[in-house]
Design a protein around this ligand. Structure first.
Ligand code: GLY
Ligand code: MN
Ligand code: MN
Length: 290
């Protein structure tokens, strides 16, 4: 799994460096698969490549990959590989012309902060449900600070308002399947009712491999429904949200091996804004620490 994560990361990097506005989304898929197949014989991917530009980033399992990439769009690429049956599942998000706009950066940094807060809390014995709630709290704070949602932090959390934007679980186990088995013990009820939807809610143990993949999405049909519900509308700053719809979506997905000494990230892709922008320009982003 270390190997498939490594070569999938190389392929993601190749795409970031070479894809530009005017290209088609499917060219990212083609370039990615070219790298892993021609160099390492990876004929199959564990799931259809998700190569989404602009508002397509808000479609969770977008697989059409047919749109032309425009200027100043965010690109969300969720692509994995398969090697001797073992899977990787990695997502990067980057701007089509190599520079994040202010609004794109606000959303990107919110997701990055959630991913890092979770990462820094990972150790044996921690319950993944608590990691989900940590990511939700972090995203709630950022959405509030950006003026997208309003109300007291307590009410926002209690009413799970961030789930209108963070519309999937924080992660899943990874192995011979992308969404691998073993996420919870059969018959064991969730510790809290708000965790009942999660396919992964176990206590973490040494040797587990799982994803850490928070996201924020501006999904039109979800928000339109929320605007009709006074109990949700009162927490939403509709005009401000409208200004962010074009951002589409941001997801950052790491593949984590938990060791006795802590978490190890198996992928190797640029993560901070400076790293992503440097990678896009073809520079050595690994030298950049912030
Ligand atoms: N690529 C599917 C997932 O991230 O779970
Ligand atoms: Mn995943
Ligand atoms: Mn994924």
């Amino acid at each position: 799994m270390r190997f498939i994560c490594k070569i999938s990361s190389e392929a993601h990097e190749l795409v970031i460096k070479n894809i530009r506005k005017g290209n088609k989304e499917y060219q990212m898929e083609a370039l990615y698969q070219y790298h892993t197949f021609i160099n390492h014989g990876c004929r199959f991917t564990p799931y259809e490549c998700i190569c989404a530009s602009g508002t397509n980033g808000s479609v969770l399992h977008y697989e059409e990959n047919s749109k032309t990439i425009q200027e100043r769009e965010l690109i969300l690429n969720d692509m994995g590989g398969k090697f001797y049956g073992y899977c990787s599942d990695i997502t990067v998000t980057f701007p089509s012309d190599g520079r994040f706009t202010q609004k794109q950066a606000i959303i990107y940094n919110a997701v990055l902060d959630a991913q890092r807060q979770v990462h820094n809390s990972l150790k044996v014995g921690v319950n993944w449900g608590d990691m989900q709630l940590l990511a939700e709290r972090t995203i709630t704070k950022h959405l509030f600070n950006a003026g997208l949602i309003k109300g007291s932090m307590e009410d926002l959390i209690k009413n799970s308002i961030c789930r209108l934007f963070f519309t999937h679980g924080l992660g899943h186990m990874l192995g011979l399947r992308t969404h691998d088995v073993g996420g919870y013990n059969k018959g064991t009820p969730p510790r809290l009712p708000e965790l009942s939807q999660l396919q992964f809610r176990r206590d973490l143990d040494v040797g587990m491999i799982f994803t850490n993949e928070p996201g924020i999405y501006f999904i039109d049909f979800i928000l339109q429904e929320a605007y009709k519900d006074p109990n949700k509308l009162k927490y939403l700053n509709r005009e401000r949200i409208e200004e962010f719809m074009h951002v589409g979506g941001v997801r950052l997905e790491d593949d984590i091996l938990l060791t006795a000494n802590g978490p190890e990230i198996l992928n190797d892709v640029p993560r901070t804004i400076k790293q992503v922008e440097a990678c896009w320009r073809g520079e050595d982003w690994r030298q950049i620490n912030d």
